[in-house]
Design a protein around this ligand. Structure first.
Ligand code: GMT
Length: 375
């Protein structure tokens, strides 16, 4: 059955917005009518797509308001779009404020709207500790018709931090396999002054403290002592200056490239040999999936949902948070044994296809939508 689906998410760079947008695109390809209700065009919605509509949430800047009332405007827009377009359901990504706004919209429509909420990580693992938000997050979870989380670990953490009887289903993240595949990068390496005999390590994040970017730099400093290599740091955020300073202190400026936010990540992954994702909190780690899909093994931390994405010793390695010696040892081991590296690379892309294929995950969401509508 073809559905009319509303989607609300943060439209800027970030895993939750990426998943929400990619899901909307794939649902539209399957013939559903998808309505994005967001503050600006989601950044992955980079062209016109059939079956996709965009409704901007425009916040009134009345001088009497000390703070622009984004949440109320979003709720009101959700109700307006749901009524006009006869939406079957609204799927919100990230609990705060999206789930709460959807509940308000539902009330405005005399309960004639189903709400699916997907928890993405920091909405629970960071905001769940905030006494000023905890109760409203719980309210958002309990009043949703169905709640999903992106890993089993996030389901467990939600039950610990925001105790509730609401059932929470794990639906893993996915990638668009047509985009995340190993590509011919030709001259790109030369453009970055990377020679054929150099290995390339890559880290991609929003450079927040939880990502522990200094650990990435420290690990790389140890790795480059043994292996001729370069480190690509992709992204932007509060820890960028800290990382730059550490690179200077460790005298590895000529080995580390800071490339800022990038749109065409698959190309940068395709010229890389190994990804490092050393976060202390990570509900899933979408970048690890993107890397593995391109055949790049990942060394990650034993944190959050990362062990559900990286199979230790099979598609990459896991080390304890902060154990940069472990990271360096595993990286040197992987990058020096060429035949074993090839096996890791093949298994990484096969694992993504087997467990996280977009067909599997989008179908799982479709089944959940049906279940909610039949309730
Ligand atoms: O911190 C980030 O990585 C951004 C954040 C977000 O909310 O956009 O990402 C979260 O959601 C992603 C998509 O589900 C997950 O892959 C990330 O692991 C998760 N981040 C954290 O849990 C820190």
């Amino acid at each position: 059955m073809k559905l009319k689906i509303g989607i609300s998410c943060y439209p800027t760079v970030g895993g939750s917005g990426v998943i929400a947008t990619e899901l909307g695109k794939l649902l539209a390809e399957r013939g559903h009518e998808v309505h994005f209700i967001t503050s600006s065009v989601p950044f992955r919605l980079d062209r016109v797509y059939p079956n996709i509509y965009y409704h901007e949430v425009e916040v009134n800047q009345y001088s009497v308001f000390q703070y622009p009332p984004y949440d109320l405007t979003l709720a009101s827009k959700m109700a307006e779009v749901a009524k006009r377009q006869k939406l079957d359901l609204i799927h919100v990504h990230y609990a705060v404020p999206h789930a709460i706004c959807a509940i308000l919209a539902k009330q405005m429509l005399n309960n004639q709207l189903k709400i699916i909420t997907t928890l993405h990580g920091t909405d629970i693992t960071v905001l769940g500790y905030d006494p000023s938000l905890k109760d409203i997050i719980k309210f958002g979870i309990e009043k949703s018709d169905l709640v999903t989380a992106v890993s089993n670990d996030l389901v467990e953490q939600t039950h610990e931090l925001v105790p509730t009887n609401q059932q929470i289903e794990t639906v893993y993240n996915f990638i668009d396999e047509r985009v995340y595949t190993k590509r011919e990068v030709g001259e790109l390496k030369k453009h970055y002054n990377i020679t054929d005999d150099e290995k390339v390590l890559i880290h991609i994040s929003n450079f927040r403290q939880v990502k522990r970017v200094p650990d990435v730099v420290k690990s790389f400093a140890l790795i480059q002592e043994k292996i001729n290599s370069k480190l690509l740091l992709i992204g932007n955020g509060p820890e960028l200056a800290v990382a730059r300073q550490l690179v200077r202190e460790l005298h590895i400026e000529d080995k580390v490239l800071f490339l800022g936010n990038q749109k065409h990540v698959a190309e940068l992954l395709s010229m890389s040999d190994l990804m490092l994702l050393l976060s202390e909190k990570e509900s899933f780690g979408l970048v690890a999936l993107e890397a593995m899909a391109c055949g790049i093994p990942v060394i990650g931390t034993n944190a959050g949902g990362i062990p559900e994405v990286i199979v230790d010793g099979v598609t990459g390695f896991l080390c304890d948070v902060g154990d940069v010696e472990c990271v360096a040892d595993k990286a040197v081991q992987l990058l020096t044994d060429i035949s074993s590296y090839e096996a890791f690379s093949v298994r990484a892309s096969e694992h993504v296809k087997a467990v996280f294929h977009s067909d599997l995950i989008v179908s799982q969401y479709e089944r959940l939508y049906q279940r909610v509508l039949e309730k």
